[in-house]
Design a protein around this ligand. Structure first.
Ligand code: G3P
Ligand code: CA
Length: 231
């Protein structure tokens, strides 16, 4: 059966299947591949800036070691990802995207709600971005609640590994726009139920062609993929 509605393509950590994750180069690659949106992860660093990075520690993909939250921006800027790329700030990512694509900011680190909300406000007020250009997602319910308390207009999404009614109930309490379920336990009934309750369903991280086809058959609104050109 063909899916009548377009499934949006979201590049995961940029286009991490092709270029080192969460770098400006990876985000540029995703845009070159024709994505509708880009997903990135953020943490707060020791000097207070929001840094685009996935892990809690530097060890896996940089030449540094230790918790990213303990380093200042100038210290982080001296490091290299895969011996080649800089760790970007959230503002550098926004300046690169420049309103051309929706940005899904995952609040990965603790205490990221307030600064992320402030940067979104700044880009809306001073750089003519719209709220619809942003989507904040997180597994951390407290961070999502905090964003909602700060600002009623920022689109929110709950990340979840399980397709539970509790997840939908929580999403309702924070007036989320979307639910982001792991594809592994996702089924068509859950997609229909979530959409009936007013949520977009954006699933992750789907790289396999057969699975992409199955997610489209389920009728998801968007798919987040390391290889967004496969979508
Ligand atoms: O936002 C979807 C996905 O990125 C969540 O998992 O570990 O890749 O951040 P992770
Ligand atoms: Ca993520």
């Amino acid at each position: 059966m063909k899916n009548a509605i377009k499934t949006l393509k979201i590049g995961h950590r940029g286009a991490m299947g092709y270029v080192a994750e969460n770098t400006l180069e990876s985000i540029q690659k995703a845009m070159d591949l024709g994505v509708d949106g880009i997903e990135i992860d953020v943490h707060l660093c020791a000097s207070g800036e929001l840094i685009v990075f996935h892990d809690l520690t530097l060890d896996r993909i940089t030449n540094g070691q230790g918790a990213i939250s303990k380093f200042t921006l100038s210290e982080l800027k001296k490091l290299k990802i895969d011996n080649n790329f800089e760790i970007p700030t959230l503002e550098e990512v926004l300046n690169l995207i420049n309103k051309t694509h929706t940005l899904n900011i995952e609040l990965k680190g603790k205490d990221t709600a307030s600064e992320t909300s402030a940067i979104i406000e700044k880009y809306i007020k001073k750089k003519s971005w719209n709220y619809s250009d942003f989507l904040i997602s997180s597994f951390h319910k407290q961070e999502l609640k905090e964003v909602r308390n700060i600002n009623k207009s920022i689109p929110l999404a709950l990340l979840t590994n399980v397709c539970s009614n509790d997840a939908l109930k929580f999403a309702e309490t924070i007036k989320a726009n979307a639910i982001h379920p792991n594809y592994v336990l996702l089924n068509k009934e859950y997609v229909i139920e979530a959409q009936k309750r007013g949520f977009k369903v954006n699933t992750w991280t789907v790289n396999n062609l057969e699975t992409i086809k199955r997610m489209k058959f389920y009728g998801v609104d968007a798919i987040i993929s390391d290889f967004p050109d496969r979508l």
